[in-house]
Design a protein around this ligand. Structure first.
Ligand SMILES: *Cc1c(COP(=O)(O)O)cnc(C)c1O
Length: 367
């Protein structure tokens, strides 16, 4: 049996009529750029994410850049983020003009360690970007406490965490602003690139919108120099068709995770994902730790099971950051994890039979 890592075609088949109709509407109306489909999605997504304002943009990477630009990041500013994320989070700090300060993870949840944040603050620090990695919220109580104490802003990178919650409250509502990605494989995915910035701060939302639309909200009235970063009408209509299913898809992911947890917990040396108290994990990825990761991945692959490593090299150790001269001892947890993490097949439509196949093969390997 072949078990894919994710199955976008299968998801499409379950809602084909809704998607096809949504796309036909946009084409009939030639509503390709801005227009009613984009505006509806922005309203619907703001509601779903429990925020006042949603400004859509081209992708989750631009969303991070736009959020920092709207917060008026300047050269010399230092911004703290996690050593364990997708490179967009750190790369956009540089592109916004600031300097990256990496922090190690907490060793349990794969999210940033609040104690490491405190230790990294200098007079130049302006903000913190926690990432709700794999779909589990970072410790937002501790992070917001530190931010308040030191007068820092917070951008929550929610690219992997649609509908995740910390102590009963939606991620993306703690910091000044939050960013989302709707890359096809994300929990809510377009059929191309898409992203959004969300916030409860009306002035900040307007500034983000202006930056994303050539520096002006009215045609030919450029108040500032912006960029061109927009969600197109087709993607907006597709996302609006999918959004009503997101809660049900999230429950299916959580149920699949519970099955994996119960089946894999007893295997010696293998660590299933640890969910910290008060956090609702939405399992964008189901990532285990295994001391013999590469051999396990090869064994699964040889038997038709597709897995992934998210990510094979922690950010501080990438060639892109050679200039910092980071050493493994500075980020021991992220360094240790990069050789042990393995993401197993996880998607809303995964069947019990597919999961059993994965689990049986992991057991075979371990015995
Ligand atoms: C996917 C992702 C992004 C970037 O989103 P794109 O839409 O691919 O540009 C940023 N941060 C994290 C944590 C991500 O997983």
């Amino acid at each position: 049996m072949v078990v894919p890592f994710a199955d976008l075609q299968l998801q499409y088949q379950t809602i084909k009529r809704e998607i096809d109709a949504a796309m036909a509407d946009v084409i009939r109306d030639s509503a390709f750029i801005r227009g009613p489909y984009v505006e509806s999605f922005e309203r619907e997504f703001a509601k779903s994410a429990s925020v006042e304002h949603c400004v859509s943009c081209a992708n989750g990477t631009d969303a991070l850049y736009l959020a920092m630009a709207a917060l008026k990041v300047r050269p010399g500013d230092e911004i703290i983020t996690t050593a364990h994320s997708w490179i967009s989070t750190s790369a956009m700090i540089t592109h916004a003009g600031a300097t990256i300060k990496f922090c190690d993870t907490d060793g349990v949840t794969f999210t940033i360690d609040p104690a490491a944040i405190e230790a990294s603050i200098t007079p130049r620090t302006v903000g913190i970007i926690p990432v709700h990695l794999y779909g589990q919220p970072a410790d937002m109580d501790a992070i917001m406490g530190i931010a308040r104490k030191h007068g820092l802003w917070v951008i929550e990178d929610c690219a992997q965490a649609h509908l995740a919650q910390f102590k009963g409250r939606a991620v993306g509502t703690f910091g000044n602003v939050a960013t989302y990605s709707f890359y096809p494989g994300k929990n809510l995915g377009a059929m191309g690139d898409a992203g959004a910035v969300v916030t409860n701060d009306a002035a900040l939302a307007e500034h983000v919108a202006m930056l994303a639309r050539h520096g002006g909200l009215v045609k030919h009235q450029h108040q500032i120099e912006g960029i061109n970063s927009r969600l197109d009408g087709l993607q907006a209509a597709i996302l609006s068709a999918k959004l009503p299913h997101l809660a049900e898809w999230t429950r299916a992911r959580q149920e699949a995770a519970r099955f994996y947890d119960a089946a894999l917990n007893q295997i010696k040396g293998l660590q299933t994902p640890h969910v910290a108290a008060g956090r609702v994990h939405v399992y964008h990825l189901y990532t285990i730790k295994h001391p013999n990761r590469d051999a396990l991945a090869s064994y699964l692959s040889a038997n038709g099971i597709h897995t992934a490593i998210n990510y094979p090299t922690a950010l501080p150790f990438l060639p892109a950051y050679k200039r910092f001269g980071h050493r493994s001892e500075q980020f021991p947890r992220a360094f240790d994890d990069q050789n042990k993490i393995l993401s197993l097949p996880m998607f809303a439509e995964i069947t019990r039979e597919q999961q059993e196949e994965v689990v049986n093969l992991v057991r075979d390997f371990s015995s």
